[in-house]
Design a protein around this ligand. Structure first.
Ligand code: SF4
Length: 99
């Protein structure tokens, strides 16, 4: 199978959870710059936005995105988790809890 559901040519053989997330995560691939997932808000706005956009592009093709998002929400981490910034995760979580 040739898809993003493989990491380093290892096919997914189990459900994704918090313990095996990085075995399949797009951001754990060796050619990915992990720094883009933790953009510094004190840098130039354009640099911050470029890093966020790059991280989101990577997250968009990640099979572990939903698990990652829930971890990011539950543990209130900094940076991009599940394709969302901290603020976006807060708003998303608030929105779904109000339904
Ligand atoms: S959703 Fe993004 S930050 Fe989370 S594991 Fe996947 S690539 Fe990494």
């Amino acid at each position: 199978m040739d898809s993003h559901y493989e990491k380093n040519n290892v096919a997914q053989t189990e459900p994704i959870n918090r313990f095996n997330l990085y075995q399949y995560a797009e951001c754990s691939k060796p050619d990915v710059d992990r720094a883009v997932f933790f953009p510094n808000k004190n840098t130039a706005r354009t640099d911050y936005e470029r890093r966020v956009a790059t991280a989101k592009e990577i997250c968009a093709r990640c099979i572990g995105r939903e698990v990652c998002l829930e971890i990011g929400i539950a543990e209130k981490h900094d940076g991009i988790w599940g394709g969302m910034t901290e603020k976006e995760r807060r708003l998303y979580n608030r929105s779904r809890n109000s339904k």
